[in-house]
Write a protein that binds this ligand. Structure first.
Ligand SMILES: [Fe+2]
Ligand SMILES: [Fe+2]
Length: 139
């Protein structure tokens, strides 16, 4: 009997930063990586993987822009370092997409692990610090 594939890249409750709109985005980002993982395991074709990957890119761009806007509005002192981290993710996922487009139509588990590892660290460190600032700022 085929084993049921565990959800490998799920958002965890201890990633919560306590601002619902941001936590909701983070849950979506983790589940998008998980959907890519499930699609890879199921041997889905290039078109489907490409669709999922571009969805993840688009959503992460929107999410980062949203956080960056909040940081600007509240003149968050940690903004520059935070934005640099977003840039790192943008670059990384952009390279991943370019590689994929160049005909290497696979996404490795290691690449997905990198994405979720990055997301988990960034969420628990940078996003949490930003959220604490946002909670005390009048917007
Ligand atoms: Fe962030
Ligand atoms: Fe975030």
């Amino acid at each position: 009997m085929p084993e049921i594939i565990a959800r490998k890249f799920e958002w965890q409750p201890d990633y919560a930063v306590g601002i619902e709109r941001i936590d909701q985005d983070h849950r979506w980002l983790f589940s998008a990586v998980d959907r890519l993982y499930q699609a890879m395991l199921a041997g889905q074709g290039k078109k489907q993987l490409e669709w999922l990957l571009s969805g993840l890119i688009e959503y992460s761009q929107r999410h980062f822009s949203f956080e960056e806007q909040l940081m600007r509005q509240t003149t968050y002192p940690g903004s520059a370092a935070h934005v640099r981290q977003h840039e790192e993710f943008r670059r990384h996922i952009g390279d991943l997409y370019a590689n994929f487009q160049r005909g290497n139509a696979t996404i490795t588990i290691e690449a997905l692990q990198f994405l979720t590892g990055w997301l988990a660290r960034h969420t628990c460190d940078c996003d949490r610090a930003m959220a604490e600032h946002l909670k005390t700022s009048s917007r």
